[in-house]
Design a protein around this ligand. Structure first.
Ligand code: MG
Length: 163
């Protein structure tokens, strides 16, 4: 059985994961408007991944007879700037999420909630992967030095995610 404190903390993280997905979907819409169809596809894959994260936490709460309560989600931004700025925003967001996951893990430690700790270890590892992936993309974008034909090659490559 989940403690009230852990249940509330998990519900908050379910919200955070869905909010992340919502942000990436907004970025996808923006990138489509900027004719970066590949990066837009990449963001939709990222959006789906965030919903999977939320579903994983949802299952953990309900498997332990907890009650999932969905919290409010803010409207995401509409404009995101250059391709580089979009991915800088993704990296900053993922770094923020890493902090939230770590905080949740600390709560699980304080609550002596061992199943939650094991569940959250997957998320801790996943955040390492998320940050690395985006750092790699950013390094590639920076190497383009704003040259449009090189950026289009990156866009093409991003369009292959999940294939
Ligand atoms: Mg996530």
């Amino acid at each position: 059985m989940l403690s009230q404190k852990m249940q509330a903390a998990f519900n908050e993280q379910i919200r955070n994961e869905i909010a992340s997905g919502y942000l990436y979907l907004a970025m996808s819409a923006y990138l489509e408007s900027q004719n970066f169809g590949g990066a837009a596809h990449w963001m939709r894959e990222q959006y789906k991944e965030e919903l999977d994260h939320a579903a994983k936490l949802f299952k953990h709460v309900t498997d332990r007879s907890g009650r999932v309560v969905l919290e409010a989600i803010e409207k995401p931004p509409v404009e995101f700037g250059s391709l580089k700025e979009v991915f800088q925003a993704v990296l900053a967001h993922e770094q923020k999420v890493t902090g939230l996951i770590n905080k949740l893990y600390e709560t699980a430690l304080a609550e002596k909630d061992y199943p939650a700790q094991i569940e959250l270890q997957w998320f801790i590892k996943e955040q390492v992967e998320e940050e690395k992936t985006v750092e790699d993309i950013l390094a590639q974008i920076e190497a383009c030095d704003g040259k449009p034909h090189l950026l289009l090659m990156i866009d093409h490559h991003l369009g292959k995610r999940g294939q």
